[in-house]
Design a protein around this ligand. Structure first.
Ligand code: SF4
Length: 761
């Protein structure tokens, strides 16, 4: 049985350089870093050419996050991490058959995720045969035959699991779900299961749609913006431009986060230097440094104050909501002591914040993983909705909910059918368009897929992009489960750890990237994506493919369709001209009418959003619903701490671009754990001491060794560490109620000291 990694990689022994926490985000350092990554990976001319095409109307969509593009683009319509994402995909280096001859799987397992990623683009289809230690080349046709024979030999369709990462285009995702459902299963887990699933569940139950209700332009019309459990400076950097503009229009910004993230303190837009504007913008007016897991208590405190001071929009509540009376009686059990204890925020600060909410006429609430990846991920987001409903901040200009997606098309994939638990209405409409019956029984989400692998009831596992092993919790347990599978297939651009922990046999299928020209039937094709605000727009690759052996996502799915379900759809026609896929989508999905015509408009088109567009709520009552939730138990034992995983500024999801978490001043090493200095003193620890961490959950124990302690401004009792390294501490069984999302932001750990000290250079 292969271990996912040796736990400590060469880079972990790198020198750790600690600098000051940055006071201002972006600016010249971001421009330098963007160029640096570009030139190092693509060379000078390709860097200029490529960065001038990203997020442009006739260019390609950034493969980074899902922050929307403004209607009026600037020439440099990207952020530092967008530049890194593009450079990472368009890099010159190759992982070709010789590479795999040189490195066997065992050797590669000892390498860090950073090292694996920087080896380059995978150039040829490769196979790892049972019992062998090196990948060898395979012809595409052979690979497709092996996959289809393996699927055909399954005695039940449920023994196949088909994962999707949020980079997959709408067209590929639609064909993929059609193929999988034609095989008779809804086993369509996706990365959304691990990120905004809690948002979807909370919003559908309260306002009847699992998406945000704001436009980008609303940021300029708001007077209060809440940024909760989100670090936009690193994960959605162009959002800082929207926050700057909102500030300039008089909006106030409240940052709610256990960590004082640089991106929410000051911002300097690099392009302002070109206008000789040397000033930077103070962003957040208030930072509420809530304890990990204390957000629900904080929001209940605010709601309590608004109810007590009758600071709510009676007209909106009467006309558009239900359960207001129930909320009032529910809040009767309210305890200020518990709220202050659990949130770590003083009553004075809570009331000050509540007064800002009371005087707001247009509030936007933005959030990310800091809310969704908790046991109470769904109910805490319902508290946020409660707060907005009290003020009537839904379906109003400058107001609304804004879950910010971290993956460029994760929302689009769900919209077009990548969903293990589709509604009947959704399937009925899809059946009409596709013309064949679809399975109704819900399939496995990510966590359930791993349980099925563990039980040995998964024969074939296909991943459309992503890095399943590193993105999922309980790394060692998940690695063991994956190795029970017969055949694993990774459809990938870059090398990662999921290529090294595999089924009995494994395939790597190298796919065209978002930046690359996609020619089918001698005609250039474009694909489409949906951003966090429900805008569907086109993306057309512009760069010569990194290898002539690459295939597009839609053509890979079509080749399998031709072998597995030839009678279901005209797979060849569909993969030869993506307009035909979009026509099929027009007939199968509500909101995609005249898809081909509308998506050719300069800025694409907006999908319908009843709460935003016409204050209509697709809920059982037809009204927006207040929610009544008990506060979660956030107490831990005296020798325990609550750890949250996080990204560094030099990574995107599980892709490690570099070892410089510039804003936090942490350089050269990622195996660090941020601790409160009082907690360190109580344990006789100082910065650079090394500790072991262990997490126990329902009688199961996980050990993770050799973490370097770094004193940091984090609430007492809380810790933070980077993923994917810390994912081995996240219990697979610890999930959010209702959404089944792993609780990567709530991990109860204890530490043991080692005598080691990570010496200064
Ligand atoms: S904000 Fe997101 S989508 Fe925009 S350039 Fe940056 S990473 Fe890409």
């Amino acid at each position: 049985m292969q271990e996912p990694s040796e736990g400590v990689t060469p880079e972990d022994l790198n020198s750790l350089r600690l600098g000051k926490v940055k006071k201002s985000a972006a600016g010249i350092p971001a421009a330098i870093s963007s160029l640096n990554h570009g030139i190092r990976k693509m060379g000078v001319s390709k860097t200029i050419k490529t960065l001038l095409m990203v997020n442009q109307k006739d260019g390609f969509d950034c493969p980074g996050c899902a922050w929307p593009d403004p209607k009026h683009r600037t020439s440099f319509e990207f952020c530092e991490n967008g530049a890194k994402a593009v450079a990472d995909e368009a890099m010159k280096d190759r992982v070709n058959p010789n590479f795999f001859k040189r490195y066997d799987v065992q050797t590669l397992l000892k390498k860090s995720d950073y090292w694996l990623n920087k080896q380059g683009r995978i150039s040829h289809p490769m196979i790892l045969k049972p019992g062998s230690s090196n990948y060898v080349p395979i012809q595409w046709e052979e690979a497709f035959d092996l996959i289809s024979e393996s699927i055909k030999s399954m005695d039940q369709p449920e023994r196949g699991v088909y994962y999707t990462s949020g980079r997959t285009s709408n067209e590929a995702a639609f064909l993929y779900q059609a193929l999988v459902r034609s095989l008779g299963t809804n086993n369509l887990p996706d990365c959304s299961n691990m990120c905004h699933e809690s948002s979807g569940k909370a919003l559908v139950s309260t306002i009847g749609i699992g998406k945000g209700t704001v436009h980008l332009e609303d940021f300029n019309k708001s007077d209060l913006i809440l940024v909760v459990g989100q670090n936009p400076g690193t994960n959605h950097p162009r959002m800082l431009t929207a926050l700057r503009d909102a500030k300039r229009n008089g909006s106030k910004i409240v940052n709610i986060n256990p960590l004082p993230e640089t991106g929410l303190s000051r911002f300097k837009h690099p392009q302002e230097y070109m206008e000789m504007d040397l000033t930077s913008t103070q962003l957040s007016d208030m930072h509420l440094q809530v304890k990990i897991g204390g957000d629900a208590a904080l929001f209940q405190g605010v709601i309590k104050h608004l109810l007590d001071t009758n600071s709510y929009d009676t007209t909106f509540i009467e006309e558009h909501t239900i359960y207001f009376e129930q909320l009032i009686s529910h809040m009767k059990n309210f305890s200020w002591d518990q709220v202050i204890q659990d949130s770590g925020i003083s009553k004075k600060q809570i009331i000050e914040f509540a007064e800002m909410c009371a005087s707001s006429t247009a509030t936007i609430a933005c959030w990310a993983m800091g809310l969704t990846q908790h046991r109470n991920g769904v109910s805490v987001i319902q508290e946020v909705v409660n707060l907005l409903l009290l003020g009537g901040h839904i379906g109003r200009e400058g107001a609304g909910v804004c879950p910010v997606r971290g993956h460029s098309n994760v929302q689009g994939d769900r919209t077009v059918g990548i969903w293990e638990a589709p509604s009947e209405i959704f399937l009925e409409s899809m059946e009409k368009g596709l013309g064949f019956d679809l399975p109704k029984e819900h399939g496995y989400d990510v966590v359930e897929s791993i349980y099925a692998m563990e039980k040995g009831i998964v024969d074939v596992f296909i991943c459309m992009g992503g890095n399943f092993l590193s993105a999922t919790p309980d790394t060692r347990r998940t690695a063991k489960a994956i190795q029970n599978i017969g055949l694993t297939v990774q459809i990938s651009t870059k090398l990662n750890r999921s290529h090294l922990i595999t089924g009995k046999s494994a395939l790597i299928l190298p796919v065209l990237g978002r930046t690359e020209i996609d020619i089918q039937n001698s005609k250039k094709q474009f694909v489409t994506v949906e951003n966090s605000m429900g805008v569907v727009h086109r993306s057309e690759g512009k760069l010569k493919p990194t290898s002539s052996s690459l295939r597009s996502e839609p053509s890979i799915v079509a080749e399998l369709g031709k072998r597995l379900a030839p009678e279901k759809l005209p797979w060849n026609t569909l993969s030869q001209d993506y307009d035909t896929i979009r026509d099929l989508m027009s007939n199968s999905l509500s909101g995609f009418e005249n898809y081909n015509e509308r998506v050719r408009h300069d800025n694409g088109f907006l999908l319908p959003n009843p709460p935003r567009d016409k204050l209509e709520f697709d809920t059982p009552s037809g009204k927006a619903a207040f929610s009544m939730n008990p506060l979660p138990d956030v107490s831990v034992k005296s020798n325990e701490y609550v750890l949250m995983t996080m990204r560094s500024h030099d990574q995107y999801n599980t892709t490690i671009y570099g070892l410089h978490d510039r804003y936090r001043g942490i350089h050269g090493n990622r195996r660090v754990v941020l601790m409160n200095s009082l907690d360190m003193a109580e344990n006789g620890l100082k910065t650079r001491d090394m500790v072991h961490l262990s997490s126990s959950f329902e009688g199961t124990l996980r050990q993770s060794n050799n973490w370097i302690v770094v004193a940091y401004d984090i609430p007492k009792g809380n810790m933070a560490a980077y993923f994917p390294e810390a994912n081995e501490l996240v219990p697979l069984d610890s999930v959010a109620e209702k959404s089944n999302t792993p609780t990567s932001k709530w991990i109860v750990v204890s530490l043991s000291k080692t005598s080691d000290v990570f010496e200064e250079e």
